[in-house]
Ligand binder design. Structure first.
Ligand SMILES: N[C@@H](CCC(=O)N[C@@H](CS)C(=O)NCC(=O)O)C(=O)O
Length: 205
């Protein structure tokens, strides 16, 4: 059984979503960012962390965790070394750099960094980068329902998680049209709703 160390409304949602898509057996150890519980697994105090006792592995960083789970279970990913995997990883990296980067920089300068080093003037530049990334995403989506065409893969989880972060956390509007349709399709997957409910119920318990 996997153990997910994390908290609702953090990048732990991505991992719980992936575990729900896989149908894997997992427990959750609720740990807010920078709590002692989080630091017990990750010296940076950041979440999520995944523990795989069968493999003797404790791993941080959501994209590394999703990639590990995808490869281990052979789902939500194309096999390593294939052209499709190259395209998939390029979309993953695009999301991390251009979409998440803008959101995370805005968040760091709103609440995550110590107040004395925050620079609120950076936020319009973050919004500009986010909007530009959404315009680029439109050019990168093909005709299929998902970023990689007919197959739901890891970058879909990342784009959808960032879309929720933008809309509900940062309050940046999302585009309509092709990108809006795509995000709407991916964000309504039942596995995401199950993941969010499980994270919330662990904290309430
Ligand atoms: N690259 C890491 C980033 C993890 C991260 O920054 N998590 C946030 C919560 S979503 C956190 O724990 N922040 C605490 C901090 O930055 O001090 C990942 O993708 O998992």
């Amino acid at each position: 059984m996997y153990k997910l160390v994390g908290y609702p409304q953090t990048r732990a949602t991505r991992v719980a979503w992936m575990l729900e898509e896989i149908g894997a057996d997992y427990e959750i150890e609720p740990a807010p960012p920078q709590s002692d519980a989080a630091r017990a697994y990750n010296p940076t105090g950041k979440v999520p962390v995944l523990v795989d006792p069968d493999a003797g592995l404790t791993i941080s960083d959501s994209v590394a965790i999703l990639t590990y789970l995808g490869d281990r279970h052979g789902v939500l990913t194309f096999p390593a070394g294939t052209p499709e995997r190259g395209r998939q990883d390029s979309l993953t990296q695009f999301c991390v750099d251009e979409v998440e980067g803008a959101l995370w920089t805005a968040a760091k300068h709103s609440f995550a960094l110590p107040e004395e080093v925050r620079c609120k003037e950076v936020k319009p530049a973050c919004k500009f980068e986010f909007d530009r990334a959404m315009a680029t995403l439109e050019t990168r989506l093909g005709d299929g329902p998902f970023a990689m065409g007919e197959t739901f893969t890891i970058p879909d989880i990342l784009f959808a998680h960032c879309a929720n972060w933008a809309e509900f956390g940062t309050k940046w509007p999302l585009p309509g049209g092709k990108v809006g349709d795509y995000l709407g399709r991916v964000r309504t997957r039942p596995a995401l709703a199950r993941a969010e409910a499980r994270l919330k119920s662990e904290v309430a318990a």
